[in-house]
Design a protein around this ligand. Sequence first.
Ligand code: MLT
Length: 265
Amino acid sequence: MTNSEFASISPLAYDARGIGPTLVLLHAFPLDRTMWTGQLKGLSSDCHVIVPDAFGFGGTPLPSEGWTIDGLADSVALLLDSIDQTEPVILGGLSMGGYVALAFARRHPQRLRGLILADTRAEPDSAEAKAGRAAMIELGLKSGSSAVIEKMLPNMLSPVSFAERPEVVATVRRIVSTQKPESIAAALGALRDRPDARPGLSTIKVPTLIIVGEDDKITPPDAARTLNSAISQSKLVIISGAGHLSHLEAPEAFNAAIREFVNSL
Ligand code: MLT
């Protein structure tokens, strides 16, 4: 294989299902593509749904030199090249996936037909948040992935999910417990060092759907409102009874918002 052939192959593992307009969904930290099971099932009669794994998660190897949010956005573009997807796509991301989707919108705007930003924000990490990443890296490397999820879980789901949706809590624990501590550490570095996406928001010219759980404590509704006021063709949907992982907590409302958006394009 020549270098140029190699450069055109995406290293990202992915699942794909359905026919129709291509919808790529990028997962949150520290989960993997299996968090989108309800979207693969629920949206594949409307769309060709593609769900990749970020570097080090699920089936995608962790590069030895680490990775960045911009680098992952470029690998999503390579994935589209590798499946001959030359037409613009609808790209969605939740939380970390949303950071990557915003980087993709800045770096590959011509490849976008629509954008979905779920439970995410444009602001970079504050100094306090960066310090929190360092503590989390230490926790993960010392005590493993399960310690990381126990620390994060109270902020990830709505009180309604803790009270009424034990299967959602179990799913999050199960997915995170299979991730490698060194992958979690590398992703925390990428999250900490991500660029400020605010300057690029006014340049987003494609229809954009913004979704947020009303009880999201990590990227709260105010962060979604900031996105909504800065992106000209955007629509905001707030899902009641859902927290940060709104796609898992309220899959029907989440999928309905996406279906309506896709049908409007
Ligand atoms: C995520 O859900 O992807 C993360 O919580 C994002 C973050 O920590 O900034």
